[in-house]
Design a protein around this ligand. Structure first.
Ligand SMILES: [Zn+2]
Ligand SMILES: [Zn+2]
Ligand SMILES: [Zn+2]
Ligand SMILES: [Zn+2]
Length: 299
């Protein structure tokens, strides 16, 4: 889709713009501008880290990293998230300080910086709004958010210019920073769950177990583990109890797993009279009603 050069350019523009806005915040004394500058820094970092880690994380698995390098992109997300968390807490502290000890604000300067902010983000949104994939839609929504963030600062600066109500500046700043903080905490939760090997959000182990046990010739399934490297690609391992032909059974199970979005499975086949050594991870499947995933090939 995007060439590497475009991504690098987007990173340089975003990053340059963030630095420009940080100067704007110092120059005008506005903490609201600092909040938006922080947000834009976060955007620049995600683009930049995606650029620098994309090559690494899409590298083919090798003997050093047999699962591949996908987690490098998760690591990138973690770095960005930690920077945004720290940044938003600093901005909130700073804004509270400004509420207690108000200082001068250069309203005219603030208006100019806010106009530039709206324009730059609007142009960025205009250039990247093509396409209607899910990912592209998320990007578009984010771009709209960026424009709105600066539009709010613009309105606030006009209010300060004509009413002298400077308290609105730290209030706007805190609102934006809390927004960044909440989003970062959500990301941190997702990333942590990947590192903790939590079952991926879109995978229903009970349902998968039920569907596999419904396959002709399969008497049971246990020792199921599903993990994700990056939140998208899922790996599964399991024991399947069967007395039937191994190849046919494995094909059927792989087919079933594909319908659940799992394309990488390690299957161990067990005869019914075999004693299984793996008791450490016996889990109870919930009898949840089947949902979302309908297919009629099980009889
Ligand atoms: Zn943004
Ligand atoms: Zn199924
Ligand atoms: Zn196990
Ligand atoms: Zn077993």
């Amino acid at each position: 889709m995007k060439t590497e050069k475009n991504i690098l350019l987007a990173f340089i523009l975003n990053f340059g713009f963030s630095i420009f806005e940080f100067f704007g915040s110092v120059f005008t004394g506005s903490v609201a501008i600092m909040s938006d500058a922080l947000h834009d820094t976060g955007d620049a970092l995600s683009i930049g880290i995606a650029y620098f880690l994309e090559k690494k994380s899409s590298k083919h698995p090798d003997i050093k990293y047999t699962y591949g390098y996908r987690r490098y992109s998760v690591l990138g997300g973690l770095i960005t998230t930690v920077i945004l968390l720290t940044g938003s807490i600093l901005v909130i502290t700073n804004s509270i300080h400004k509420i207690i000890n108000p200082s001068e604000i250069n309203a005219n300067g603030m208006i100019i910086f806010a106009i530039i902010g709206v324009l730059v983000n609007f142009l960025a949104a205009l250039f990247t709004h093509k396409g209607d994939s899910l990912n592209q839609k998320a990007v578009n929504l984010h771009m709209l958010e960026d424009v709105l963030g600066w539009a709010v600062v613009l309105v606030g600066s006009v209010v300060i210019r004509f009413t002298g109500f400077t308290l609105i500046d730290p209030i706007m700043s805190i609102c934006v920073a809390i927004f960044i903080l909440i989003n970062s905490l959500k990301n941190l939760k997702e990333i942590t769950e990947i590192f903790l090997e939590k079952t991926p959000e879109n995978i229903d182990i009970s349902e998968i177990a039920k569907h596999i046990e419904n396959i002709n010739g399969i008497n049971g399934v246990h020792h199921i583990h599903v993990r994700s490297l990056d939140g998208n690609i899922a790996f599964a391992t399991m024991h399947i109890v069967t007395n039937e032909n191994g190849k046919e059974i494995k094909d059927k199970v792989r087919e079933e797993l594909k319908e659940h979005g799992i394309f990488h499975a390690t299957l161990e086949l067990e005869q019914e009279d075999e004693i299984c050594e793996s008791h450490h991870c016996h889990i109870e499947f919930s009898n949840a009603v089947s949902h979302g995933h309908h297919h009629h090939h099980h009889h």
